[in-house]
Design a protein around this ligand. Structure first.
Ligand code: ZN
Length: 293
């Protein structure tokens, strides 16, 4: 099923729902960062959550989500644009965790049940702000639900799922955010709560043969869904380039560049976000030194 993002309303406009299928994006991230299955699930949920959060913004721009839990995976950082591109990494992509008694990974334990979630919005016209909440469970979906309720004052339900095939590849990744708009009364809130609580998980529904639109309808229960926009334009995309890395090298103290030239005879820089490697030769560094001198 191709990646796509669907924006919709339900309940006569009192419910807003965004759903995303992000299998290729998460597969690409796993390939680049060589993540273990548990790291793929955690990073995949975070990338999917970042795409969803970006898609709920009315203004164009980017957001950076930092999940800083006390678990063995370490920090998870995601940078997502409202235009649909996302990049991200997990600090310890090689952590192995045994499956629990349900045959799944304990993501809360692996991310950490204690810690902070920071989200920084940077809008195109220059304003930016950061909101912070404590992690609720480390499961990421529940943490984003808490973030939206506490920081954004929007009652929401966030569902995220990543299914790993027995061969280690990403079978499916996706999720949705359902939010109540101002004016939605208790009756709508209760009906929605019940339908969210009673439906299967995202990956179970997908494995049962549902497509993204069907999953969205299922979660929204009896509410009629009106699709506002659907777009296949979501990608794992990093903004790094040789020029940008050169710019960073240029800010290093001269002695450090000198050491790289004399001792290492060059430099190799790996981008955190996408794991692309950039190699700089001795002459490249000499040139930098002559520019900054
Ligand atoms: Zn990069």
């Amino acid at each position: 099923m191709p990646d796509e993002i669907i924006k919709s309303t339900a309940g006569g406009g009192l419910i807003r729902a965004v759903a995303v299928m992000s299998t290729s994006v998460v597969g690409e991230a796993a390939r680049r960062h060589r993540t273990t299955p548990v790291a793929t699930v955690a990073l995949g949920r975070a990338l999917t959550g970042g795409l969803l959060l970006a898609a709920t913004q009315q203004k164009g721009g980017r957001l950076t989500m930092r999940i800083l839990g006390n678990g063995p995976l370490g920090a998870i950082i995601v940078d997502a644009a409202t235009a649909g591109d996302v990049r991200g990494y997990v600090q310890h992509p090689d952590i192995e965790v045994p499956v629990n008694e349900h045959g799944t990974f304990d993501i809360g334990q692996s991310v950490g049940r204690e810690g902070m979630l920071h989200v920084t919005y940077a809008f195109d016209y220059g304003t930016s702000y950061t909101s912070t909440v404590e992690l609720a469970s480390g499961e990421i979906g529940g943490d984003l639900t808490r973030f939206l309720a506490v920081s954004e004052q929007v009652p929401s339900a966030v569902m995220l799922g990543v299914y790993i095939e027995p061969d280690g590849s990403v079978g499916v990744a996706g999720g949705l955010i359902i939010s109540l708009m101002p004016g939605a009364g208790d009756e709508i809130a209760e009906r929605l709560e019940n339908s969210v609580a009673s439906c299967a998980t995202f990956t179970e529904m997908w494995r049962g043969g549902m497509n993204l639109e069907q999953i969205l309808s299922e979660v929204l229960g009896g509410f009629a869904v009106e699709i506002l926009d659907r777009s296949p334009n979501i990608t794992f995309h990093c903004r790094c380039s040789r020029e940008r890395i050169l710019g960073v090298l240029q800010t290093l103290p001269q002695e450090e560049l000198q050491t790289m030239i004399e001792e290492d005879h060059g430099a190799e820089v790996t981008c955190h976000f996408c794991a692309d490697q950039y190699t700089f030769s001795e002459p490249d560094l000499q040139e930098l030194l002559s520019i900054s001198a």
